[in-house]
Ligand binder design. Structure first.
Ligand code: NAP
Length: 282
């Protein structure tokens, strides 16, 4: 029997709907809604699409939302000065610097400059460290969205063999930490791993590689849950995932489609992080 699809679009809408009342309660208590500032540098077309979509979602939820668009020639000093200003602005709960930044800017220095309590992307080492130590903090949005999906299908991670393919700071590593915290037995694969062998014994597979159809359907253990984070744009402009979807669907119990799976969850979790940041700042 074909796997059930996990509808990320519908779940993201549910997450967003749940945030509206929370945002209203915060605004009633302190006099202003949760707010997010997004910094975009230069004219990267994908960054423009992402930032517009984040801003639109924030506005729909009644959040404060500010876009700071800087010229590609901005100096690191001026960019750091903007981050410092946003750190000090009481109306700003969340700061997001859209990556990639131009080559002359040290992205790490900029991400490190964001106050950890406003780091709604969850990329600051303080937040990444808290996650690895199982302490509260702001969690990277895409892996947080995956956990929300697992909760929705009532998948209990405890004692399960989970394989994460990819070890990036944005997806693979925080995903592994979340699964460890949820008591899964976690294996992290990368470009030097025997991915087929690891995936074959996984009850949960999270693919975050960026290589179209790297994970073959025949590797999927019957009944496994398959979460495909990959977003690969083909020459025809179509998006496809890291998992061979049709073949994997024949063996899995649940699977996420691409598009319409993990993608929509990421922005919803960014908004959720903004509410968390606002709540914890009081
Ligand atoms: P990344 O930084 O490029 O990391 C890719 C990881 O995959 C690396 O750890 C790399 O291993 C590993 N890898 C590459 N080729 C491999 C192979 N043949 N076998 C096994 N592992 C291999 O990518 P990322 O930022 O994590 O993104 C991964 C994918 O998720 C991309 O398609 C991206 O577009 C997508 N994404 C989606 C969302 C969303 O909202 N849905 C958000 C973020 C990312 P090494 O470390 O050994 O090089």
């Amino acid at each position: 029997m074909a796997a059930q699809l996990i509808d990320g679009k519908a779940l993201a809408a549910k997450v967003r709907a749940g945030l509206v009342d929370e945002a209203k309660a915060i605004a009633a208590k302190r006099g202003f809604a949760p707010g997010i500032a997004v910094v975009r540098v230069g004219e990267d077309p994908a960054s423009k699409v992402y930032v517009t979509s984040k801003k639109k979602t924030a506005e729909e939820l009644g959040f404060g939302s500010w876009e700071h668009h800087l010229d590609a020639t901005v100096t690191q000093v001026d960019l750091l000065a903007l981050v410092a200003k946003l750190n000090a602005d009481p109306k700003v709960d969340g700061i997001l610097v859209q990556l990639p930044l131009p080559k002359h800017i040290d992205s790490n220095a900029v991400l490190l400059a964001i106050a950890p309590e406003k780091d709604v992307d969850g990329f600051h080492p303080v937040n990444a460290g808290n996650l690895f130590q199982g302490r509260p903090g702001l969690v990277a949005c895409t892996p947080a969205g995956v956990m929300r999906m697992l909760e929705e299908i009532r998948f209990s991670c405890s004692g399960k063999n989970a394989v994460v393919v990819g070890r990036s700071n944005i997806v693979g590593r925080p995903m592994a930490a979340l699964l460890i915290n949820a008591s899964a037995t976690v294996t992290v694969c990368h470009s030097k791993s025997d991915v087929a062998a690891e995936v074959r014994r996984a009850e949960l597979v999270v693919a975050a590689v960026g290589v179209r159809h790297l994970v073959k359907g025949e590797w999927v253990k019957p009944g496994a849950v398959v979460i495909d984070v990959g977003m690969n744009r083909g020459a025809d402009g179509k998006l496809s995932g890291d998992v061979e979807f049709e073949a994997a669907r024949e063996r899995a119990s649940f699977i996420t489609p691409v598009p319409g799976g993990v993608g929509p969850m990421t922005i919803a979790m960014l908004m959720s992080n903004t509410v968390t940041a606002a709540r914890s700042r009081g």
